[in-house]
Design a protein around this ligand. Structure first.
Ligand SMILES: [Mg+2]
Length: 233
């Protein structure tokens, strides 16, 4: 009943104590976390603020009206799945998206999350944690700071600054494998987007958990970030 086929959605499991985790995740030692939209539930107003900054920069960079910039970005983004990949495809600097993200004051949208901190420092303390994000190092550290998470929780933080190609490319995940030197199946990628957080990790043989939603491609889907321990421990 716990393991109906490959897909298991934690909401269907119920809470039969004690939790035993999910069998296919038993060997996992390394947890690779996406940050934005994963460590906090995606905020529509924050996303809109970031998107406005992206469109303004594309309009300026290509000398086209704002509306056209928006249209061209969205059309390409639907196909490519990554904002940075989209900017590059448009012939713009790959730092454009990072600069747009960093220009938004996240303290207006995010706040410290003691429950999240306890999850890392207590419930999941026996795992080795890493961050795999398409955001800049500066922006990532800032977000951790606002959420109340110490960067020391993470053995390695792989950001857009550390790779040639961001997710959905496999390069950021290869960095994690290089760091641990362990088999791919001992790693689990945890994120909110199938195209960037699930598919590339899966291609390398890693396990995958989609948070804040449901993914057919992921090994497990959980309704919130706080449900991740229930499938691991
Ligand atoms: Mg995300």
């Amino acid at each position: 009943m716990l393991h109906q086929g490959y897909q298991c959605i934690v909401t269907c499991i119920g809470s039969t104590p004690p939790h035993k985790g999910i069998d296919m995740l038993r060997d996992v030692k390394y947890l690779l976390w996406d940050v934005d939209g994963t460590l906090y539930k995606s905020k529509p107003d924050l996303l809109e603020a970031i998107q406005r900054e992206i469109y303004v920069r594309i309009a300026t960079g290509l000398s086209i009206p704002y509306e056209e910039a928006r249209r061209r970005f969205l059309a390409l983004y639907a196909r490519l799945g990554g904002a940075t990949a989209t900017a590059v495809e448009l012939g713009l600097d790959r730092r454009l998206v990072q600069e747009a993200v960093d220009s938004v004051d996240k303290t207006k949208y995010l706040k410290p999350d003691p429950r999240l901190r306890d999850m890392f420092e207590e419930t999941l303390r026996t795992f080795t944690h890493m961050i795999i994000t398409n955001t800049s190092r500066k922006g990532t550290i800032r977000t951790l700071e606002i959420l109340g998470l110490s960067p020391n929780i993470f053995q390695r933080i792989v950001t857009a600054d550390d790779v040639v190609q961001s997710k959905p490319n496999v390069e950021p995940y290869m960095k994690a494998l290089d760091t641990t030197g362990s088999a791919a199946h001992q790693h689990v990628s945890i994120g909110d987007r199938e195209k960037v957080d699930i598919l590339p990790a899966k291609k390398l043989g890693m396990k995958t958990i989609l948070v804040w939603g449901v993914s057919e491609a992921a090994d497990v889907s959980v309704p919130t970030i706080y449900d991740v321990p229930s499938v691991l421990v």
